[in-house]
Design a protein around this ligand. Structure first.
Ligand code: ZN
Length: 181
């Protein structure tokens, strides 16, 4: 069965009349939308970074703040939406700026829990750049909490992963945390 056919089945199971006019193309659209939201499964780190790694003597912190993030939680397949802040300490190489956002996107466009997403982004930046430290903070609101369950509309979840110098050096870590406040 195709994804589209599954959506027709789901709509029926939910109590819908799948033949009514407004729903005629819904299974097709829903399938397309879900494939888009999960397109990270079709991407690899190599493809996404596409060799955009440049030699540099700079060893000062590179920080990309407020990267918009849209993902789906693996428990409910409902959106979680927020921002990611990504920093690294170059060790001879810097990554093209847009690539940091693309790495965030690739992992976000897979089913996730936020904790693992944070870790995956940090590990990927580390792997690609060979940085002496990587820091990732994600702040997000989860629809599975806001629209159902405890229905807490204003809560957001903050997760962080610190690698290398950001983990070992308190001054480096607090410089980062001060910059993303
Ligand atoms: Zn959830």
């Amino acid at each position: 069965m195709s994804l589209e056919q599954h959506y027709t089945e789901i709509l029926g199971q939910l109590g819908e009349d799948v033949t009514r006019e407004g729903l005629l193309d819904t299974p097709k659209r829903a399938a397309k939308a879900m494939q888009y939201l999960c397109k990270g499964y079709q991407q690899t780190l190599e493809e996404v970074t596409n060799g955009a790694l440049f030699s540099s003597d700079n060893s000062e912190m590179v920080l990309v703040k407020n990267i918009e993030l849209y993902s789906l939680c693996e428990h409910h397949m409902l959106p979680f939406i927020g921002k990611a802040h990504v920093a690294y300490l170059p060790n001879g190489k810097v990554l093209g700026l847009s690539k940091v956002a693309r790495i965030v996107d690739m992992y976000a466009r897979r089913l996730q829990i936020q904790e693992n997403l944070t870790r995956e982004i940090a590990d990927a930046i580390q792997q690609v750049t060979g940085a002496s430290g990587v820091a990732v903070v994600i702040e997000a609101q989860h629809m599975c909490m806001m629209m159902r369950g405890v229905e807490k509309q204003n809560s957001s979840m903050v997760t962080s992963v610190m690698l290398g110098q950001f983990r070992e050096n308190a001054a480096t870590r607090s410089e980062f945390l001060g910059l993303v406040k």
